[in-house]
Design a protein around this ligand. Sequence first.
Ligand code: R5P
Length: 317
Amino acid sequence: MPFTNDRIVLISGTAHPELSQAISAELSVPLANAHVGRFPDGEIDIKVYDDIRGADVFVLQPTSPPVNENWVELLLLLDCLRRASAGRITAVMPYYGYARKDRKDEGRVPISAKVVANTISGSGADRIVTVDMHAAQIQGFYDIPVDHLYAKPVLMRAVRALAVDNPVVVTPDVGGIKMARSWAKALGADLAIVDKRRISGSEIAVEHVIGEVGGRNVIIVDDMISTGGSISEAAHIVRREGARQIVLAVSHAVFCGPAVERLDGCPADRILATDTIPRRGRSPRNLELVSIAPLLARAIHNIHRCESVSSLFDDTP
Ligand code: R5P
């Protein structure tokens, strides 16, 4: 059933105000007048001043670090909008926190991504928009529509502008093969795989590279850089095996713990990432951010107009 209310409302949480402003500018829709603050004890204080009754409301809030803080803020925003009689509520989560905990891979652990889904649905979201969720099957944790966007066209434009000669696309682990294959196909490039073993949340070991990288220019693609272990070790091993230029292209620059030091110490010539997560503190020396705002704005526009979202992608993986 198409949603027919003509009024589009954008509400920003506090996770990433710069991205919210950029989306608002792309759409020429001002951010709604709202207060999202903290009470003296740290509890979240929300008040929406605009009348949003019946409107098509989009809440802009990546659940990036501090994940728990941004997640609860999103839940309270959703609850607020539902109680204020919004016509339809879409949670726009450019980065989806807890997506790496999508299954019970050992005894006595939670499936955190399911808890996130339960609470977001339960707090009033009618629809989700997200970008490169670590595990696409999380969509099935929801009984509402999930528009899963890909950062690849945005990053691909930046990579093409570098005119890298005869590149090899490398994935830092076997889990990234699908993404790397779609990059290789789009660039007409070869594919190589780093054989990675995770030792702990921040430590990994790489054994060898499957595929030829010696004397070649390399583009290492991944959905995220968290502590930087996977991608920096991948960069080190391809350089040891004789790679020439090394470009990293990632959707989400989480950059926690030792990430910046690891990236500064790795042989990557360029690091391309989107701005799904706000940059706070020091960035790696060769980081180039590309904006995801135009893609999110197009998706919001199409959702509001009941038009296709998948049409935004040339070759959806
Ligand atoms: C792994 O499956 C992901 O695609 C990333 O490679 C990983 O989560 C990045 O984490 P870190 O930067 O801490 O190695």
